[in-house]
Design a protein around this ligand. Sequence first.
Ligand code: NAD
Ligand code: UFG
Length: 338
Amino acid sequence: MKILVTGGTGYIGSHTVVELQQSGYEVVIADNLCNSNAGVLDGIARITGVRPAFEELDLTEGEKVRELFARHRDIGAVIHFAALKAVGESVQKPLEYYRNNLNSLMNVLASMRECGVKHLVFSSSCTVYGQADVLPVTEQTPRKPAESPYGNTKTMCEDILRDVAKVEQGMNLLALRYFNPIGAHPSACIGELPNGVPNNLIPYLTQTVAGIREQLSVFGDDYHTPDGSAIRDYIDVVDLARAHVVAIRRLMEGKNKANYEYFNIGTGNGLSVLELIRAFERATGEKVNYKIVGRRAGDIEQVWADTTLANRELGWKAEVPIEETLANAWKWQKHLME
Ligand code: NAD
Ligand code: UFG
């Protein structure tokens, strides 16, 4: 069975391709390489022994997407990762974000319908919850208005899936709401490729320890949390990748309970920024040079997942201990500098 993985040379996509191939699925990747490079295919091949088929194309071009599906008539399911994802950039370039993220999804869905491809797994985000009133967040927690155009594309894409599922009864659509994906494959053959100065905590931290950045800024120690720093649910990228394999299997085996479903994918544990720094130091023996600065605009105070639904329905659970995840992130950073 062939799976189309859009955005498959990206961070989460590449780890998912590895898990899919190791589970016996054939993969074709479609990516325009706007935030990744074709060298990732070598990394995937080193781990799995199989180089996935690769189609370089922009998914906002509907005709190109149609031709892609025509070239691969045996696609049985799609995992749609392709999107622009920089929160700050989306505030500066809202049209680019809406155009890229919405059109890509709509083109993929239109071609799926034309070709009779039934199953799709979509990358959503816990950003749809905003600052929830009650923690941890369950799938029943109300979504809040998005803080950024990027966040809004996730809410809007979820709405598109819900509306399409209502009329396309033969289609099975499933959104995974990721919490904070971090880490890298333990082989250090693939990992996150941050472009320029990282915005996210872990790449900034590992680059600081590597001497590329002078000091990590901890954004705020005056939150209403035990140590004052903000809390997130950090999920290992390989655990996250495995969630896609079980989601695909659920759809293909017809075990879904509705033709649009959504699941929280996190560990169920919240960690503060300061706790994460300490865990990194324990895991690697390295010292993190950091200073406390003011809060970052737009950040929420705390969020972590209730993962009961994914545990029960998908039979999936996060397994990698945080120290191992952080050790792999460090190993990947060192590999990037070789
Ligand atoms: P990434 O940037 O590493 O991967 C996305 C890939 O999509 C890139 O390889 C990029 O080149 C490709 N792409 C973007 N627009 C495209 C287009 N129009 N046509 C073809 N290819 C295109 O990002 P990631 O961290 O792997 O994220 C994957 C998905 O998960 C995204 O939808 C993202 O919004 C979502 N997500 C990520 C996080 C996170 O913290 N990394 C959290 C929640 C949700
Ligand atoms: N942080 C710092 N210093 C830094 C970077 C981050 O203290 O240099 C803090 C942030 O303030 C936040 C935590 O570390 O409290 C995590 O920040 P990230 O930027 O790594 O992640 P976010 O929670 O802000 O957002 C990420 C993705 C979003 C996605 C969201 C939920 O960037 O796209 O996770 O999945 F929507």
